[in-house]
Ligand binder design. Structure first.
Ligand SMILES: [Ca+2]
Length: 151
């Protein structure tokens, strides 16, 4: 319904502008940058080793048709522990994994640089916000039966 109306408007605009309407491009989902997965209970006992901290992570996915700068965006848990993205661009169709511990940031992996876990092993809520504070997505879980959730 909405699409039909949009095409009608586009046709009217094209006609008003006096040029031939080109064949419509295939419909394309707008997509979004969103929380994709949270691996909240890293394998083994929580002793705080950096490898264990980095086995706890959140995956953010970009399904838009363009790269998106995440500079200044924030990832926050229910207790308001906040990770602020530095200069980072998430390519279209790409994912980035934000690990809890320390490490070298790459195109695919970022690190919160923490010395202890941030995602509770039973229940928590992740919130992703733009640099201006606009909430982009949230993802909640409440289970100790599984170690991760798909958002
Ligand atoms: Ca955890």
């Amino acid at each position: 319904m909405l699409r039909t109306r949009s095409v009608a408007i586009a046709t009217a605009v094209a006609a008003a502008a006096g040029f031939a309407l080109l064949p419509a491009a295939p419909a394309q989902a707008a997509g979004s940058v969103h929380l994709y997965k949270i691996y909240y209970d890293s394998p083994g006992t929580d002793r705080g080793a950096n490898s264990s901290l980095n086995a706890e992570y959140v995956v953010v996915r970009n399904t838009t048709g363009a790269a998106v700068s995440l500079r200044g965006w924030t990832l926050t848990d229910a207790s308001h522990h906040t990770y602020v993205f530095g200069a980072f661009t998430l390519g279209k169709g790409k994912t980035v994994t934000i690990r809890t511990g320390k490490g070298t940031n790459t195109a695919g992996y970022l690190h919160q640089g923490r010395s202890w876990y941030v995602w509770n092993n039973d229940k928590d809520t992740a919130t992703l916000k733009r640099a201006n504070g606009t909430r982009v997505d949230t993802c909640s879980y409440n289970s100790t039966r599984v170690d991760y959730t798909m958002c």
